[in-house]
Write a protein that binds this ligand. Sequence first.
Ligand code: FES
Length: 414
Amino acid sequence: MEMAMTVMNVATLQPKSLRPKSPYLLPNPRRVFNFKASSLHNPQVSSIGAPTLVGQFDPTIPLERAVTPPSSWYTDPSFYSLELDTLFYRGWQGAGYTEQIKNPGEFFTCRLGNAEFVVCRDGDGKLQAFHNVCRHHASLLAYGSGRKSCFVCPYHGWTYGLDGALLKATRITGIQNFNQHEFGLISVKVATWGPFVLLNMEQDVDSDTDIVEKEWLGSSSELLSNNGVDSSLSFVCRRDYMIECNWKVFCDNYLDGGYHVPYAHKGLASGLNLDHYSTTIYEKVTIQKCEGGSTERRNDYDRLGSKALYAFVYPNFMINRYGPWMDTNLVLPLGPSKCQVIFDYFIEPSLMDNKDFIERSLKDSERVQVEDVMLCEGVQRGLESPAYDIGRYTPTVENAMHHFHCLLHKSLKK
Ligand code: FES
């Protein structure tokens, strides 16, 4: 999420305009401090169920008066389950990058909610993806990434080909009604766009590149391609963070960048020209751009570049392209109050040997991530506080965030 800059000109914010009439906001803010402890709503435990919670957000309220969804959306276990079913276990989802599975035998593992996957390139060079679960007693089959000629289960040794077929079931002789051909790995739809690998748990979807592009990026795909989001960059490294917050808190923070960066990331803000930020909203993608930002080189270190682009791909994938760099942020939900965020860094190939430049850039980036982790965990604790559920303002500067909430509402209503 790096430099998640959002929307317009931050300097135009008028504090008084940030006082919308909200269905969650008590008419008199003072009353917030007067109610008795026994009347406090505990947002972690909902007695009304996920579908009702969905209905508590009204996407038709105009942006000028919009507020965020109620805190139960960020804390309630049943709401989290609904999200997995309706958001993450449907549609195309970012999973990895093509460089991980460039050659036959290369594989990587990934997860999404409770679902575990392994993606590989088989001996014929075909891209394959499966649930990473042994068909015997459900052990995870593969871990991490690397290169293999087959997958051997670490538990009892059942062995699968890279095409998912069960090749060997250990000591199964004599077991009645066992048909080895019926116990291959369960496949998952896989596709690529540019440097990214995508998965889809729905079985009856077309993985044709054009169709996937349309569904995943909509009309934003051309703009991304034309602004350097492509396969020409080299992979540098991965960093991942386990964060004690709901996955949406991290996404909100990304989409709120233009509002919080000048205050919470002063070091980063000093290298940006926030007067030249714009946000464009596409179907499921929000693109924030900085034209004419800082061109100053600080000690030969130009991390931000004079052009920067930050794309949020609904529901949980971010692509940041700035100077010679691209980093992606994949936000994986791990529970109502926990997520993992995977940062993958890519750079123009000509700079791959410039270790000093890379090290300094990464150090600067990591400083921002640490600040964001602290902010997100602080928000989650606030959301879980019984006194909280009074609504949060969504000032107009955060139209990217509001669009995200409206998309969530639409998905969850289905
Ligand atoms: S669980 Fe995989 S071989 Fe038994």
